[in-house]
Design a protein around this ligand. Structure first.
Ligand code: IMP
Length: 428
C-alpha cells in the first residue's frame, strides 16, 4: 500500500503546502480531508508563488488527482476563484479536480455569523478565527442542518433546508447587528450556477480513493492546520472546528484507517501561532520580531502577523503521539540560521505535561544552542542538497529533535523554493 498522511505538528503554518508540493511529485492522488479556506498553503515554483486555500497542494502536477474530501467545508465562490487563478499557470487543465458529494458548503450566512460573532466576543472570549465561516458551517453540520454538495443538485431539498434554517439564523444575525437575514432566493439562484460548475468534478471520493489504493496508486493525504488546533486534542477552545490530526484522514475521506500506511508531521524549526490561545514558547518581543521578519511570518489567509517563538519539544512529542507520526519534516531551518541566538524548550516547569495538564499553565525551560548566530550558516543551508552538506550545528539540532521526539527526520526545508528541500526517506 502506497499511502502517506502529511499533517501539521504545531499550530498550523508549518510549511505543509511546500512539503506536499514536493512529495506530490511522486503521487498519483493528493487528497485533503478537513478544514476549508481557513488554510493557506504556499507553493513556490521557479520563483512564482501560488497560495491555495481549498485545492490540495498537488495541483502543480498535471494529471495528479486533487481531491476535496467529505470532511472539508467548501465555499464554492472561493473555490471557483482559486481554480481560475491556478489555471492561469496552465494547471488543472484536465479532470484533476475531484469534490466529494458529502462535503459541506459554506453559506453566505456562515461567513456573516463568523465575523459578527468574533466582533461581539470580548477579551479572552475572542478566538481570532479566520472569519471564513468555518466554525458556523461545521456547527450546522453537527446539528444536522448543514448543506452538502449533493444538495445542490436537488433544488427543492436545498430550498426547504435553507427555509428551515432561516428563522434561527436570522434571529442570531439580527441580534448581532446584521442589516439583513438569509436571502433564500439569492442562495438558491447562486446554487444553480455552483451545481453546474461543480458537476464535472463531483464524485464518491471514498470509492475513488479505495480503488486508487487497491490499484497500487500512490496517495498522499494532505492535512490542514495543525495538531494543536485540533478540536479534540488542541488548545480548546482556541482551536479550529475539525480533527486536524491523522485520525481525521479516515473519517474525512471515507476510507478505513487501515489504508493509512504512514504519517509524517511537519514542524518548523521554531514555532508560530495566529489567533488567540496559549503559546508557551512565544519569544520575547525583540526575538519575536527577528523571527517574524526573517521568516516572513504573516498569515497566508488573513495577512495577520503571526506570534513567533522557539521550538516546543513537549508540544512536538504530544503531536507525535496523537498523530502516530512515523516521520518528521523540519522546515524553515534557513530562517533559524538568520537569528543571532537560538533557544529550544525540552520541558515545561513543574513537570507540566500537555496531554494531562493542557498548555495554559505550561511554562517553558530553555536551552540556548551553541554554534548558531553565524552569518554564514544561512548561505550554507540554502545551497545544501544532502545531509552531508548541512552544517554540523544544524545537524546537531536535528539529532536533538530526533532523539527527543523519538521520530526520524525524513525531510528538511532549507529555503522557500521546492528545490530547497532535502529528502531523507522514501515517502511511499
Ligand atoms: P477558524 O478555523 O477560522 O475557525 O479559526 C480558529 C483558530 O484556528 C484561529 O486561531 C485561527 O487563527 C486558527 N487557524 C485556522 N486555520 C489556520 C491555518 O491554516 N493556519 C494557522 N491557524 C489557523
Amino acid at each position: 500500500m502506497k499511502t502517506l498522511g502529511v499533517v501539521g505538528a504545531q499550530w498550523g503554518d508549518e510549511g505543509k503546502g511546500k512539503v506536499v508540493d514536493v512529495l506530490a511529485a511522486q503521487a498519483d492522488v493528493v487528497a485533503r480531508y478537513s478544514g476549508g479556506n481557513n488554510a493557506g498553503h504556499t507553493l513556490v515554483m521557479d520563483g512564482k508563488k501560488i497560495i491555495t486555500h481549498l485545492v490540495p497542494s498537488g495541483c502543480a502536477y498535471p494529471g495528479t488527482a486533487c481531491v476535496l474530501g467529505a470532511g472539508m467545508v467548501i465555499d464554492v465562490d472561493v473555490l471557483q476563484d482559486e481554480v481560475a487563478g491556478i489555471k492561469e499557470y496552465g494547471l488543472l487543465g484536465g479532470d484533476e479536480l475531484k469534490v466529494s458529494l458529502d462535503a459541506h458548503l459554506i453559506m453566505p450566512y456562515h461567513r456573516a455569523l463568523d465575523g459578527l460573532r468574533e466582533d461581539s466576543r470580548k477579551g479572552a472570549a475572542k478566538i481570532g478565527t479566520t472569519r471564513r465561516g468555518i466554525g458556523p458551517c461545521y456547527e450546522a453540520k453537527a446539528a444536522r442542518r448543514g448543506v452538502k454538495v449533493r444538495d445542490l443538485f436537488y433544488a427543492e431539498t436545498l430550498r426547504s433546508r435553507l427555509e428551515g434554517n432561516a428563522a434561527a439564523v436570522d434571529a442570531e444575525l439580527l441580534h448581532l447587528g446584521a442589516r439583513e437575514g438569509v436571502d433564500v432566493d439569492a442562495i438558491v439562484k447562486a446554487a444553480g450556477a455552483w451545481a453546474r460548475w461543480l458537476e464535472p468534478s463531483v464524485c464518491d471520493v471514498g470509492e475513488l480513493l479505495d480503488d486508487a489504493i487497491t490499484g497500487g496508486k500512490r496517495v498522499l493525504f494532505e492535512g490542514a492546520q495543525g495538531a494543536l488546533l485540533d478540536v479534540d486534542h488542541g488548545t480548546y477552545p482556541y482551536v479550529t472546528s475539525t480533527t486536524t490530526t491523522a485520525g481525521g484522514i479516515s473519517a474525512g475521506l471515507g476510507i478505513g484507517p487501515t489504508k493509512i500506511r504512514s504519517v509524517w508531521g511537519i514542524t518548523k524549526a521554531y514555532t508560530t501561532r495566529v489567533g488567540a490561545g496559549p503559546f508557551p514558547t512565544r519569544a520575547e518581543e525583540d526575538a519575536e520580531k527577528q523571527i517574524r521578519i526573517a521568516g516572513g511570518e504573516f498569515g497566508a489567509t488573513t495577512g495577520r502577523p503571526r506570534d513567533c517563538g522557539w521550538l516546543d519539544l513537549p508540544a512536538l512529542r504530544f503531536a507525535a503521539r496523537v498523530n502516530g507520526l512515523t516521520g518528521l519534516c523540519v522546515t524553515k531551518l534557513d530562517v533559524l540560521a538568520m537569528l543571532p541566538r537560538v533557544q529550544v524548550c525540552r520541558a515545561y516547569r513543574d513537570g507540566v505535561s500537555p496531554g494531562r495538564d493542557g498548555f495554559s499553565r505550561a511554562e517553558p525551560t530553555y536551552e540556548t544552542l551553541a554554534g548558531w548566530g553565524d552569518p554564514s550558516l544561512q548561505a550554507q543551508l540554502r545551497v545544501a542538497r544532502s545531509l552531508a552538506e548541512i552544517p554540523a550545528t544544524v545537524r546537531e539540532y536535528l539529532d536533538l529533535i530526533e532523539d527527543d521526539v523519538g521520530v526520524p527526520v525524513t525531510l528538511l526545508g532549507v529555503g522557500p523554493d521546492r528545490t530547497e528541500t532535502i529528502s531523507l526517506a522514501d515517502p511511499f
